[in-house]
Design a protein around this ligand. Structure first.
Ligand code: SIN
Length: 308
């Protein structure tokens, strides 16, 4: 089965990759991804300075999903800028995820990371876990201003990691902004922000930061992810490639993302839970689904969702 895909002119050996955030902070984790069957190495979202992140416990898996409030633990952009050329030896695309606290941070980081020549730059507009910092992707004016500034300094294909939207008017508005800015791909969606999980035995929250509020991931968010993939695929008429993220725990889940319009998929919770073996498992499960349905490649079914 052919799992290759192409995003913004970059060829990926497999349409499966890690989601930014999942086991991709340290050199060791990034090298492990390099040796794995993942179709790319996606870095943790990087900030100006190294960060320890939020206090622990900050990740909790439960039936049907996970909640996290990691707080952007990362090595700082200088370390990733130095690492990216070294990661080239694995012969697969490198996706650099850029975050920040304020427009100036994004511009500084994007400039340096662009010079280190990753294959794609994913601008993270949607981290829900920094106390006092709103998700940028929910503010249309800030998003447009910030992306226009970043666009000017980035020559690498540039995309955005969006939060989930729950209203077509918001998706519409965001698509217009992204069109004006000229982004080359979308990553859809980040975790569903500020959920709350309760341990009824302990009568307690399950993670420490922000009083227990955190980003939800895993199977329970798949319908929100699919809806956003589909909405943006339709809004752009399939012209802007989409990386689908959210609730991919089986080959069937990946197939659903592809049908909705994703050209590739990122795996978060399932990768955290299973490790790199998840990429082989998902590929073999997707091969079975595609084969049964008469598709000879993953790309053949992209966007083919039927409406009633
Ligand atoms: C985190 O580090 O808190 C998660 C990052 C994200 O959701 O973008």
């Amino acid at each position: 089965m052919d799992f290759t895909t192409s995003i913004a002119g970059v060829r990926f050996p497999s349409c499966f990759m890690n989601a930014a955030g999942a086991r991709c902070v340290t050199r060791e984790e990034l090298e492990t991804l390099g040796r794995s069957q993942a179709g790319a190495i996606v870095t943790k979202s990087m900030t100006l300075e190294p960060r320890q992140g939020n206090p622990e416990p900050r990740y909790y898996a439960f039936t049907n999903g996970s909640i996290n409030s990691m707080g952007l633990p990362n090595l700082g952009y200088r370390a990733y800028a130095a690492l990216i050329p070294e990661l080239r030896r694995f012969g697969k695309p490198i996706v650099a995820s850029v975050a920040g606290f304020g427009e100036e941070d994004f511009v500084t980081i994007a400039t340096a990371i662009n010079a280190s020549k990753p294959d794609l730059i994913e601008v993270n507009l949607s981290c829900p876990n920094i106390p006092g910092e709103p998700q940028i992707g929910y503010d249309a004016d800030v998003t447009e201003r910030l992306l226009k500034r970043v666009r000017k300094v980035v020559t690498t294909p540039m995309g955005v990691k969006l939060p989930p939207y729950f209203d077509p008017a918001h998706q519409d508005k965001m698509a217009q902004i992204l069109d004006r800015v000229g982004v080359e791909f979308l990553s859809v969606i980040n975790s569903v922000g500020n959920g709350l999980v309760v341990d009824l035995e302990k009568e307690s929250v399950v993670i420490k930061p922000k009083g227990g509020f955190g980003g939800l991931g895993g199977p329970l968010i798949k319908p929100m992810a699919l809806a956003n993939v589909r909405a943006f695929w339709k809004l752009f008429g399939g012209r802007v490639p989409i990386i689908g993220t959210g609730g991919i725990a089986s080959g069937g889940d990946a197939f659903e993302h592809l049908l909705c319009g994703a050209s590739a998929v990122q795996v978060g919770t399932a990768f955290v839970e299973e490790g790199t073996g998840v990429f082989e498992r998902l590929e073999s499960e997707l091969a079975v689904v595609l084969g049964k349905k008469g598709y000879d490649s993953a790309s053949a079914c992209v966007g083919k969702l039927k409406e009633l």
